[in-house]
Ligand binder design. Structure first.
Ligand code: AMP
Length: 422
């Protein structure tokens, strides 16, 4: 069985297409603040529609907690989806049940239906938490019951289609009914969409056969979220740049003074282990050399520069300094493949965005010079967009957690289910 939409004959078929339309909204205007996730699904939607498929779009949005929540209704994005596709999109207020099945059967070739948020049903995620005071037995029984309910929910979803296409890379790390279990109902007719294929190809390139030197840039607030990834990257990369708040745990682990900067005391030992692993494997690990310090966590804070290991008492490092920018940029420009996840500072505040923008600029420059550059993770992508350089890199991943888990070497359930791997 083939895993792509290339040769499948979609004419007259109801195509259940799992997309990731979990878009962010502007808190003040209530409008979609970034429609990239919808845009990135367009090639698959348009190709299937043009081949005569009858599209049934399914997606999650936000965290409604297993019940209908008006603000998280996919109706909210219906107009935007129709505008971007350039076609009428019918809507059904539930993703399962008679109405949904009937609406799917009313579609003609090339027509599109969107079903309501799959997470309005607890069975999509199938999460069960042990209640306070609940016996292990009762908890186990509830878990087993939910597992069955999840299968039956997936079967009901499957009634709305004749084949299944998964294009929701951003949700591929979750073993949900709509991403994973549903695939088992289409043993001969399940495929990846174009976006999913692109994501897998981009990440596989970086993981398996990159042109060297290969450089990873890691930033963001916490080391704890990224320990496994850093450790697994150390087995593959030639260089690793560590910036952002997480760098301070490494600086302190080496005896530096970090003032009030972010630090995960419980991970000082892990940081030392990662430093030792880099040395052992001959990986060049670059930490910031200098920092922009602030007297409070605010954009209007008073700022002061210092060496990274000499943060004055009472101050906190909120961005990397100019010397670090220059050193990191040089390392990026010397690399032939670069992967970036996580900002170098509190880029949401303009006074502490320069380090992150410098990295974005170096990435765009090295891409111009022929290097392959991949950026992923919500914050790095927003920073890239804010710097106006989004089009200047080779590939922007739509996956946050999914991308990190894939790079850690994990088998993502949403991918395994299409490939029939257990
Ligand atoms: P993460 O979700 O771990 O990738 O972290 C992203 C967040 O890290 C962003 O919201 C940044 O503002 C924050 N961040 C980056 N550098 C620092 C820093 N030096 N101190 C505090 N927060 C930071």
């Amino acid at each position: 069985m083939q895993n792509t939409i290339d040769q499948f004959d979609f004419r007259g078929q109801r195509v259940l297409l799992r997309v990731d339309f979990n878009v962010p909204f502007d808190k003040h205007t209530g409008l979609i603040s970034d429609d990239s996730r919808i845009r990135r699904a367009l090639p698959t939607i348009q190709e299937i529609a043009s081949k005569g498929g009858r599209l049934v779009l399914i997606s999650h949005m936000g965290r409604p907690g297993g019940k209908p929540v008006e603000e998280l209704s996919l109706r909210r994005i219906l107009h935007a989806v129709e505008t971007l596709i350039g076609k009428h999109v019918a809507f059904c207020d539930d993703c399962i049940g008679e109405d949904a099945v009937r609406a799917s059967k009313q579609l003609l070739d090339g027509e599109i239906l969107m079903l309501e948020n799959v997470r309005f049903h607890p069975e999509d995620e199938g999460k069960v938490k042990q209640k306070e005071g609940e016996s292990d037995e009762s908890y186990k029984a509830r878990k087993a019951a939910m597992k069955e309910a999840q299968k039956s929910f997936a079967a009901q979803l499957a009634e709305c289609g004749d084949c299944f296409v998964n294009d929701a890379f951003g949700a591929a790390h979750r073993a949900n009914a709509s991403t994973t279990h549903i695939a088992s109902f289409f043993p001969e007719a399940r495929m990846f969409g174009r976006l999913m294929n692109q994501e897998i190809a981009a990440l596989d390139y970086v993981m398996q056969n990159p042109t060297r030197p290969l450089c990873a840039i890691m930033g963001g607030a916490k080391v704890s979220d990224k320990i496994v990834l850093i450790s697994s990257l150390l087995e593959r990369v030639d260089k690793i740049i560590i910036g952002g708040g997480m760098a301070y745990t490494f600086v302190k682990a080496q005896g530096g003074e970090i003032g009030n900067s972010l630090c995960e005391e419980e991970h000082l030992a892990t940081a030392r282990e990662l430093l030792a692993k880099a040395k052992e494997r001959g990986v060049e690990l670059l930490l910031p050399i200098d920092a922009v310090n602030a007297d409070k966590f605010a954009d209007d804070a008073t700022t002061r520069l210092s060496a990274i290991e000499a943060t004055p008492e009472g101050w906190m490092g909120l961005d990397i300094g100019e010397t670090s920018c220059a050193r990191f940029s040089q390392a990026i420009l010397e690399s032939k493949t670069v992967f970036w996840n996580g900002p170098m500072g509190v880029f949401e505040m303009p006074h502490f965005a320069q380090g992150t923008f410098a990295i974005a600029k170096a990435l765009a420059e090295t891409t111009q010079g022929g290097a392959y550059t991949l950026v992923g993770g919500g914050d790095s992508v927003s920073a890239l967009k804010a710097s106006g350089l989004e089009g200047g890199v080779s590939y922007v991943s739509t996956g946050g957690g999914a991308m990190l888990e894939y790079l850690e070497g994990k088998n993502l359930p949403g991918i395994a289910a299409i490939r029939d791997e257990k």
